[in-house]
Design a protein around this ligand. Structure first.
Ligand SMILES: [Zn+2]
Length: 99
């Protein structure tokens, strides 16, 4: 089977492609092996998903929605002031939600 992106042989791939990144809570929407080659899968993970998902906006989104990563960690939320970004501890996060 050929990779849908680069059309190289993808019949021996070891990884699956998450249609929606795992870091956004997706556990079930996965393309079966052989649809995307390891090279393209790694490229999208390292060059697109990682920079986007590590941005403060996605970190705050995941923190607010309490979306855990593969290891079960929920990111801190960051507060924004004019001059600095600061972490909002989970205890304060809970207090804010109850206001
Ligand atoms: Zn490919």
């Amino acid at each position: 089977m050929l990779c849908v992106f680069c059309e190289h042989d993808a019949s021996a791939v070891r990884s699956v492609e998450y249609i929606i990144p795992e870091a956004l809570g997706n556990k079930e929407h996965v393309l079966r092996r052989g649809i995307v080659c390891d090279g393209c899968n790694n490229y999208f993970a390292s060059k697109i998903e990682e920079p986007v998902l590590s941005s403060i906006h996605f970190q705050n989104l995941r923190g607010r929605q309490e979306i855990a990563n593969k290891r079960g960690n929920i990111p801190f939320q960051y507060g924004i002031s004019r001059r600095l970004a600061f972490r909002l501890p989970s205890g304060l996060r809970k207090m804010r939600e109850n206001l």
